[in-house]
Design a protein around this ligand. Structure first.
Ligand code: TPP
Ligand code: SF4
Ligand code: MG
Length: 283
């Protein structure tokens, strides 16, 4: 498979200025770099949900599975379990992953399955023209909440930390260098890795001005320290006006789901061979 530019003939239909362009550019650069470093692109599978974000798989020339809303993770997990040698990278929307697919997200993190999930967190349903999602802030006015939401946003990173994810990070679509670093680290991490990307939807929730004033990069932070990670993750809860940290909040090395699953399969295979031998000897 060619690693030259990874472009496709699909017409790009994202709005001009959409943060998705930065995610596309960053992931293509990272895939090209990994390919130059020896990762065969034939071993990479991309999975997306449904929404504006999901079109990303149409724009990258590699193996991909365009799934359904909320179901990126079950598809990605099945691919990984069927062939643990593959690098599986999921792209999900905030409605997709933190709303409809939240239970899948929690279980994937709990299992510490070796996958990367990149969340295009524009804090709105983009494709269906502007309804609120679990990360829309309190008071968000959209098509389904013209007088503003009456409920607070969830903090997905805190949910991930308490669920067992072993790589938790946040990027921003106006910071492509950091985005590339986070994508590469997440893909190379052995275990469940989440990159929450503050992806601006210029059409239904334009937060560029606000984020440009509020974000900062984590420094002197020890991602191996659970309590430090929790404190940093709680600093901004997706509702307040607090500074918004970007970078890797938490990272730890732990056993992965598919490895223990493999041991079970090998045991089953041994047992199967033993049964066949016994049956053969008895006839
Ligand atoms: C099971 C199911 N529920 C609802 C929909 C309708 N639907 C399609 S895209 C979408 C919202 C997508 O929002 P998000 O996941 O945040 O992605 P974005 O468009 O913002 O990238 C919804 C509700 C659907 N296609 N399938
Ligand atoms: S609606 Fe929003 S998320 Fe969708 S393409 Fe346009 S700017 Fe991007
Ligand atoms: Mg969205």
């Amino acid at each position: 498979m060619s690693s030259k530019d990874l472009g496709t003939y699909a017409k790009n239909t994202w709005c001009l200025g959409c943060g998705n362009f930065a995610i596309l550019s960053a992931i293509k650069t990272v895939l090209k770099e990994l390919s130059q470093e020896g990762l065969g692109l034939e071993n990479v599978v991309l999975v997306s949900g449904i929404g504006c974000h999901a079109k990303i798989v149409d724009y990258i020339d590699t193996n991909s599975f365009y799934s359904i809303h909320g179901r990126v993770l079950p598809v990605a997990e099945a691919i990984k379990i069927a062939n643990p040698k593959l690098k599986v990278i999921g792209f999900a929307g905030d409605g997709d992953c933190y709303g409809e697919g939240l239970e899948h997200l929690i279980f994937a993190a709990k299992r510490n399955i070796d996958l990367t999930i990149i969340v295009h967190n524009n804090r709105v349903y983009g494709l269906t023209v502007g309804q609120y999602t679990p990360t829309s802030p309190l008071g968000f006015k959209g098509r389904s909440t013209p007088y503003g939401t009456k409920e607070k946003a969830i903090n997905p990173l805190e949910i991930m930390l308490s669920s067992g994810a072993t790589f938790i990070s946040r990027g921003y679509t106006h910071g492509i260098e950091l985005l590339k670093q986070l994508f590469k680290q997440a893909i190379m991490h052995k275990g469940f890795a989440l990159v929450d990307v503050l992806q601006v939807c210029v059409t239904f929730f334009n937060l560029y001005e606000y984020y440009n004033k509020t974000v900062y990069e984590l420094k002197d932070h020890n991602p191996a320290d659970f309590n430090q990670a929790l404190a940093k993750i709680r600093e901004w809860d997706y509702n307040s006006q607090a500074p918004i940290a970007l970078g890797v909040f938490y990272k730890s090395e732990q056993d992965c789901f598919e490895d223990s699953f493999k041991v079970d399969s090998e045991k089953l295979l041994d047992r199967d061979l033993e049964i066949r031998r016994i049956l053969k000897d008895s006839f």
